[in-house]
Design a protein around this ligand. Structure first.
Ligand SMILES: [Fe+2]
Ligand SMILES: [Fe+2]
Length: 296
């Protein structure tokens, strides 16, 4: 059942009134161009024979829209988890830091919605996702995940969002200004979020018996697998609809569905594994090694 309306706190995704907020300086008053908005090479799996330029541009924009939905979906996880478990979290981190963390995530959610509305004004009349729906399983996860399982997963996701702007900087001719501005500011703020995730991992590792911490961090694996399945299912649907709309062959549609990692995903994963090796919390290296085997 889609209970996103029930559990969402819509007041959280309205723009704040703080004029000093750098997010208010981003100019969304553009229409989507008839061009690539993120360098085409960002998704190497889209190098598919037989697609004309128009189709490649539309695929590039579809993948960008999907990425914005994905970022909103995962940031909602973080907002909901931190709000729900705040009393437990403030035993490990100052409350004002947590509040700032949440405020920033709400700014990010608003920014990604602004991009979604820019690309598809008819499909996003309100701040509600269309491709990734919040489910009762997501609620269960937010309710029951431990701090180590949740923040190991959050560190992985947040690290993977950092490098989109680097890819865009490599080819400004295929970088649409509003997307670039959002990705640039997002990456800047996310760096401190990754620091908070790792701080919470270090603190809980220090305070909990090793065996407890190990079993808790190991439970990030089903969370990651579940999230990845939800993403894959949704992207497969987008690929099928795109293939139908564009009159593509089954082989072409299958290639789109199995697009593989983007270049920023790859950079994010490599850096996440490197940081986890350095952090050296119990089980962190083994979990990273396991993920490395299945991803890179
Ligand atoms: Fe964020
Ligand atoms: Fe974040």
């Amino acid at each position: 059942m889609d209970n996103s309306q029930e559990t969402m706190q819509p007041q959280k995704v309205f723009p704040t009134q703080n004029k000093a907020n750098p997010w208010h300086l981003i100019d969304y008053a553009h229409t989507a161009p008839d061009d690539f908005v993120i360098p085409e090479g960002h998704w190497p799996g889209f190098d598919i024979e037989g697609l004309d330029r128009g189709q490649r541009v539309r695929l590039n924009q579809l993948a960008t829209v999907f990425m914005c939905e994905m970022f909103v979906h995962f940031e909602e996880y973080i907002v909901r988890f931190v709000e729900r478990h705040k009393p437990r979290l403030t035993a490990h981190i100052r409350e004002d830091k947590l509040d700032r963390f949440i405020e920033e995530e709400v700014d990010h959610i608003n920014a990604f919605y602004a991009l979604l509305k820019l690309f598809r004004p008819d499909e996003y009349p309100t701040s509600c996702l269309r491709m990734l729906k919040w489910s009762s399983a997501d609620d269960f996860l937010v309710k029951t995940a431990s701090i180590p399982a949740f923040f190991f997963t959050a560190a992985l996701f947040e690290e993977m969002t950092l490098y989109v702007v680097d890819v865009m900087n490599e080819d400004p001719t295929q970088s649409f200004a509003p997307v670039h501005s959002v990705m640039e500011l997002h990456a800047k703020e996310e760096k401190s979020h990754v620091g908070i995730d790792n701080h919470l991992l270090r603190q809980t590792a220090r305070e909990r018996p090793r065996i407890v911490f190990l079993s808790q961090i190991a439970l990030s694996l089903p969370i990651i697998v579940y999230s990845n399945l939800a993403l894959t299912r949704s992207w497969n649907r987008q690929a099928r609809d795109f293939g139908r709309r564009e009159g593509l062959s089954r082989a072409q549609t299958r290639r789109i569905a199995k697009r593989g990692l983007s270049s920023s995903d790859k950079l994010g994963l490599e850096n996440f594994f490197r940081k986890q090796r350095k952090l050296a919390v119990p089980g962190g290296r083994a979990m990273s090694r396991l993920l490395e085997l299945f991803t890179l």
